[in-house]
Structures are given as C-alpha cells and as structure tokens.
Design a protein around this ligand. Structure first.
Ligand code: NVA
Length: 306
C-alpha cells in the first residue's frame, strides 16, 4: 500500500487490492496477530453507523489496540474547530484515525494534517472498506472475482463509485442501472472506466434495469437516500420508484447470482419486503466481512509503514 492512508480504492494498486482480499481471508481463518498492541485509534463519526463502527471497534480490539469513539456532537468537525486543528491534535495523541464524514474534503484535510494513517469509514463519494469487504464476500461465494459481472441498481452514490473501481481492479464487469440524473459522477465514471479499459473489463450504464441485470453474477443495491441527502427525500422517492430490486428483477440475473446490499436496507423502497432473506442473498456475510476486510487494511498499513 503506498502512502499511509486508505481514502479511496485508488490509494492502492490492483495487485494490492487482490492481496488485501487474500489477507482478509487469512485474517478471517486464522488467529489475529497483535499488530496494534499499545496503539490507539480515534474513530470520528459525523454520521450514524452500525456495521462500520462495530466492525472497526471489534477489529481494533482483536488486533490488540484501543479505540476512542468521537461523535460529531463532541468534536464538531469544521464547526467547533477547523478540521486541520482536530487533525493536528489527534496526530499527537493517537496512532490511527478512522473517519466517516459528510464531505470527502474533510478526509483529505485530516490526511494532510496528520502523519498517522487515515482510513475512510465512508464519505459522500467513497466507501472503500465496504467495496473491499464485498469483494471478499464475492470471492468466498464464487471462488474468483475475475470474469464476473456486477449489476448495481439505484443511485450512483458512494457505494456505487467504490464498487465501480473495485470491479475494475478485480477483473469484474460493472453495470449500473439508474435514473439519468443519478448516474455515477462523471469524474468517478471516467476514472473507473479508464481502469476498466486497462484491466480489460467493461462498464455500462442504462436507465433500463433489465438491460443491466440480465445475466449478472451479482445484483447489488443501496438506499435511494444516503446520509446527507435527506432534503431530497420526496424527489428521490419518486424518481427511484421504478428501481426497486425484487424477485422479478433478480430473475433477470443468473440463477446462482448473489444478491448484495451494504445496509441499512429500506424494505418497500430499494428492495421488496423479503429480498434480504432471498435464497441468493449474502447480505449478512457481507456485513461480517467488513470486520475481516478492515483488519486486512490496518494490517497492511501498519506492517508496511511501522
Ligand atoms: N449510500 C449510503 C451507504 C450507507 C452505508 C449512505 O451514504 O448513507
């Protein structure tokens, strides 16, 4: 892993990404080395969290470290004091910063003003730890990543963007079905498309779900209203209403396709009532694999930099 941070999939190279999945699998199957013994991590969460917070806290503890949870109420990132001041103080007190932020710029400011590693625990544009855990899940289920095709249905959001990059890195085709207005942001599409071209994988967008989901190996969806998009709730609910993943949509994909969702899930919105319990659903395995993937990221950072 180059540098000290994991803010985006692009912070590592494709070979490292594949290696991280292997490391995550090893961490899952074997006793955890005490890489964080005597070390402390600050966990900054500007937004709510279940999976990410618990998996980081548990993972850090399993690796011998201690974590301190800092909610936005306490530190008011950029409001109570500038992000740069928060960063410079934490840099003197802790060994690792994990941050979930409204604006990706805050992560960049944290990174610029610290010497300790910074890990992205979700920003408005990226969720690399999720994409890594998801690829571990796909690898466990399918025995490979290369040559598979992932169909994302819904908002071209942070999850979709990180998955597009992860697919290009791991040899999977990536298709996204979304309303025209909610495609991947052009800079993320262009970046992922460039990587896809150099790794001989394909990227495709359509507003037509069937076109994207047909013959897919993985069908993936996420909420229509991400944290921070609440003001657009009514407009989004109406624009996305025909983008629900349900039994009919899944039937367009391969019969052994995986159904994936990073959760929290909203039944009656992006998924029908029973999709999480669909026989093809691997959503709870996905949630567990966050732990193993993040431990692999931490191991990689600390073994190569310290
Ligand atoms: N796109 C969602 C992901 C939640 C884990 C959000 O940003 O709220």
């Amino acid at each position: 892993m180059k540098g000290k941070d994991f803010l985006s999939i692009k912070d590592i190279i494709p070979e490292e990404f594949i290696q991280l999945i292997q490391t995550a699998k090893d961490m899952k199957d074997h006793k955890t080395p005490q890489i964080l013994e005597g070390k402390t991590a600050a966990l900054i969460f500007e937004k709510p969290s279940l999976r990410t917070r618990v998996s980081f806290e548990v993972g850090i503890k399993q690796m011998g470290g201690t974590s301190i949870f800092l909610s936005n109420n306490e530190i008011g990132l950029g409001i109570r004091e500038p992000v740069s001041d928060v960063a410079k103080v934490l840099d003197r007190l802790v060994d690792l910063v994990v941050a979930r932020v409204y604006s990706h710029e805050s992560l960049i400011a944290l990174s610029k003003n610290t010497t300790v590693p910074v890990i992205n625990a979700l920003s408005n544009t990226a969720h690399p730890c999720q994409a890594l855990g998801d690829c571990l899940t796909i690898f466990e289920q399918k025995g490979t990543l290369k040559g598979l095709s992932l169909a994302f249905v819904g908002d071209g959001n942070n999850i979709a963007g990180s998955l597009a990059l992860a697919c290009a890195y791991s040899g999977m085709d990536f298709g996204i079905a979304s309303p025209e207005k909610y495609q991947l942001k052009p800079e993320i599409w262009n970046e992922a498309n460039k990587l896809a071209n150099s790794n001989n994988t394909k990227m495709k967008w359509s507003s037509n779900i069937q076109e994207i989901v047909s013959d897919a190996d993985i069908v993936y969806t996420d909420v229509w209203i991400s944290m921070g998009d609440e003001e657009e709730k009514e407009e989004r609910l109406s624009t996305f209403s025909s983008y629900q993943v349900n039994e009919k949509v899944i039937s367009y994909a391969k019969s052994d396709c995986l159904f994936m969702h990073d959760m929290p899930a909203h039944r009656g919105e992006e998924i029908s009532e029973n999709m999480l319990n669909h026989p093809n659903s691997v959503v709870y395995q996905q949630a567990e694999n966050r732990l193993h993937a993040q431990k692999a990221v931490i191991r990689n950072i600390f073994e190569s930099n310290h």
